[in-house]
Ligand binder design. Structure first.
Ligand SMILES: *[C@@H]1O[C@H](CO)[C@@H](O)[C@H](O)[C@H]1NC(C)=O
Length: 207
């Protein structure tokens, strides 16, 4: 056999034996703009965990929760029309930001101000380099309506079905009731433990 081919074969068997390259855990967050439990999770769990270990999680934010859509395509939200608007605003803002750290920061700021979005939202989006008028325009537009319907489908596809907001998934799974509770109340230690068990490494930001 040609020496080059032998070398290639040797290299490929070598790479096959190496452990999988660590990939960030996909953290699905099925939440709602005006839901206090969603506020607590995003601000006190997601934001703090992300600031410590951004390298091990990729947040996937799905603002819909217990909303529904009727046969005429009209969306109703658990906490009323104001929440439907808030959900679409959250989606617009998340889309408008390209840096993940900035996205987590601005979404946390908006969730922290969920009771005074019209008054305090502009400062949150300005701090992320965005224009409030543009974002509220987006929230009233057809594109964010279509995106909301997609979030609805994504939420409806959850198994088991969503009963509590927020519902959290790790690489697509809610885990057992205990695991779901651990994600909700102790996200940092839960993702750190998952990382440790998968890759045998403890990231610096873990406790
Ligand atoms: C989110 O975390 C960042 C970085 O630690 C912090 O500066 C910011 O104040 C936090 N946001 C909220 C709403 O607590």
């Amino acid at each position: 056999m040609a020496p080059l081919l032998l070398l290639l074969l040797a290299l490929s068997s070598l790479t096959a034996a190496l452990p999988a390259e660590p990939a960030p855990l996909a953290l699905g967050v099925y939440y709602e703009a005006l839901c206090p439990d969603s506020r607590d999770f995003v601000v006190d769990q997601l934001n703090t965990t992300y600031s410590r270990v951004p390298e091990i999680i990729t947040p996937i934010l799905v603002p819909w929760g217990k909303a529904s859509v009727d046969a005429d395509g009209v969306i109703s939200c658990q906490h009323g029309d104001e929440e439907c608007w808030g959900n679409r605003l959250l989606a617009c803002v998340a889309d408008a930001v390209s840096a993940e750290a900035v996205r987590v920061g601005v979404i946390s700021c908006l969730m922290d101000k969920q009771r005074s979005l019209h008054r305090d939202g502009p400062a949150c989006v300005a701090a992320a380099g965005l224009d409030w008028e543009a974002q509220t325009g987006c929230a009233a537009g057809d594109q964010s309506y279509q995106q909301a319907l997609q979030f609805g489908q994504q939420t409806d596809a959850l198994e088991p079905a969503l009963t509590f907001v927020p519902t959290i998934t790790l690489d697509g799974s809610q885990g057992s009731a205990d695991q779901q509770e651990a994600l909700f109340t102790d996200l940092l230690n839960t993702v750190c433990a998952e990382w440790q068990s998968r890759y045998g490494q403890t990231p610096d930001g873990c406790l």
